[in-house]
Design a protein around this ligand. Sequence first.
Ligand SMILES: [Zn+2]
Length: 422
Amino acid sequence: MNGPIQESTLQEMIEGLRRFGADGRGVTRLAYGPAWCEAQRWLDSRARELGLDCTVDPGGNLYAHPPGLEPAAPVILTGSHLDTVEQGGAYDGAYGAVAGILLAAMGLGSGGIPVVAYVSAEEEGSRFASAFLGARSMLGMAEHADLDSTQDSAGVSWRAALEFARERGCASPVHAGPRPFEPLFRPRMELEAHIEQGPVLEAEQKEIGIVTSIIGFRRVEIRITGEARHAGTTPMAMRKDALVAAAECIWSAEVLAIEHGDPAVATVGRAEARPGAFNVVPGECELRLDARHSDSAVLGTMLSELEKRFRAIAERRGAKLDWKPVSSHAPVAMSADMITEATALAGEMVFSFKKMVSGAGHDSMIFAGQGVPSMMVFAPSHRGISHHPDEFTPMTELWEGVRFCHALLARLARRDAMEGAK
Ligand SMILES: [Zn+2]
């Protein structure tokens, strides 16, 4: 590739990447699969054409870095994930992964801290139910036992999937010692560019989002047990209809989230009634509830209040309610220093911006959770559509995000150097 890195470079790489896993509608690029491997090799060759060297780690993460970089040197890491959901779009993950490579190739001038791009392996959890396998292995957080216990829906272990990727040059051998994964670099800080995946920036006509925290979530499986009876012969006053109780619970969850205000959200994403016939009053209903907030304490309050309201509804209707928490993730704050610098920079560069909470999980929260100062920069998502083939952001807006990230990294590196010299 010749000439300076510019908007057309970004466009060419994002468009190039969307071919890998193109399924006729959207992009399906499941971690460590054939399309994912081809995409990773293609990015590797693109990065080399931009003058970078590339290294893969045992978790299948790709790093694009300046040639001759000392192993374990302190670096700035920037990137995102290569995997997609099934029938996903061309920008989720791909944007930050390509932006990272461009930022590493642009560099920060001589003598500055090196910028290393990462392209993480499995973020979505769409192949393996366990999300963030890539970032976790990048930070040395995964164990030998995880390699066999983590399996996809076809029963293929993470170990076997990594072996498949390794045969294609997309992963290095897992370490035999007590720790299968060791960090390749020492990140002084981490920055992830990403599309917003929500409608807020576009609606408010902001050019970029400065992410202040990543929302925490709690997930609960709920079973409501009433009484299945004949739909013709059971009078309305004598029913214990589990689905109607569930409907009231679903509505109360919406009310509760609205009462709490932004960024509180609560969703029942699944309701399954049994026996599920025209002529039978539903005797049982299972719900899947997901509630999110950026403040741990508020999230805790939301959950206990939801449980109280659900139980009261079931009791009033003579139904039994089982409440089974299944997973959770605490909210993660982004680096206050990085947010301060980003805010000042956006003012100087005359970017319209919004400080916002990310409602979706991202690799950055794994870095932040390990004490690496981390931040995310969002580009607007057209109509907020994401995890869908229609995902779209105009290239000019994506390029503005890259320009902002480049200036931000330069500013943070200058500050880092000054603090190191003190
Ligand atoms: Zn993503």
